[in-house]
Write a protein that binds this ligand. Structure first.
Ligand code: CO8
Length: 258
């Protein structure tokens, strides 16, 4: 397994785990973290054994944002030409479903990283927010776009314009969080969700994620066309025959591609 400077990685069964590991900075996302997470996630994505990825942080912080100390002295030109965080688009584009297991702070880029994932499980201690306005900047890794799609315009506007943080329960009510669990159970629950996804037929999992992504990115008519094609495409897989035969024969399916 490759060693990374700012994250820990591990394979458990068919699940790839990525743990942000900069405790001294509450897992602030500097360019090295971006490079490490992208390298680890894309390596898991290419590994045919892996059917789901979990990204997590520490008990105190999933990630407290992009690294303010790294960004502080940058000019506008540095930000444009450096493209320090360009890799996050690659992370958001992996085919394998990614579960964010969030405990403690998920602020700024940390909240945005969670929103690049497909499922957000939150410990009851989690705190979400886009406090960039307090630094005289705005979200830059998708916060103004993905947060609106998750919680609607008015909630997103309040959070982005005031910098207010919201707790796990409020985030779940608002639709940002898939499920809130007791802090002590967070990693077990994330592992269970990941194992469940990884037990399915991979082509159908990839197709489901791509169709869900299409819903976030396109019109209803385009999305429905995409879904129809993706649905039809799965009927050429052996696993579709096996899944439906297993249903008819009242037994568990045994998929080829998982
Ligand atoms: N960047 C750098 N260092 C950080 C960050 C951060 N985002 N957050 C915390 N740290 C460091 C602190 O400086 C401190 O280090 P040190 O001990 O050396 O002083 C250490 O982590 C512990 O933090 P605190 O002492 O502040 O811990 P508290 O428990 O008192 O407070 C908070 C915790 C409330 C989370 C507080 O640390 C905080 O407000 N952090 C900043 C939150 C924030 O503003 N996040 C948004 C950052 S901007 C952003 O994310 C933009 C994303 C888009 C970038 C796209 C580029 C293209």
């Amino acid at each position: 397994m490759t060693e990374y400077a700012t994250i820990l990685t591990e394979t458990r069964g068919r699940v790839g785990w990525i743990t942000l590991n900069r405790p001294e900075a509450l897992n602030a996302l500097n360019s090295q973290v971006c490079a490490d997470v992208v390298a680890a996630a894309t390596a898991f994505d290419r590994d045919p054994v892996i059917g789901a990825i979990v990204v997590t942080g520490s008990e105190r912080a999933f990630a407290a944002g992009a690294d303010i100390k790294e960004m502080e002295s940058k000019s506008s030109l540095d930000m444009i030409m450096g493209d320090h965080f360009g890799g996050w688009a690659e992370f958001a584009g992996v085919r394998t479903p990614v579960i964010a297991a969030v405990s403690g702070y998920a602020l700024g880029g940390g909240c945005e990283l969670a929103m690049m994932c497909d499922i957000i499980l939150a410990a009851d201690t989690a705190k979400f927010g886009q406090p960039e306005i307090n630094l005289a900047v705005i979200p830059g890794m998708g916060g103004t776009q993905r947060l609106i799609r998750a919680v609607g315009y008015y909630k997103a506007a309040e959070l982005v314009l005031t910098g207010r943080l919201m707790g796990a329960e409020e985030a779940e009510r608002a639709g940002l969080v898939s499920r809130v669990v007791p802090a002590a159970d967070l990693l077990d629950e994330a592992g269970k969700v990941a194992d469940t996804i990884a037990s399915k037929s991979l082509p159908s999992v990839f197709a489901a994620k791509a169709a869900l992504d299409a819903a976030m990115e396109t019109t209803l008519a385009e999305g429905l066309r995409f879904e129809k094609q993706a649905f039809a495409g799965l009927f050429d897989t052996q696993d579709q025959k096996e899944g439906m035969a297993a249903f008819r024969e009242k037994r568990a399916p045994s998929f080829e591609n998982r």
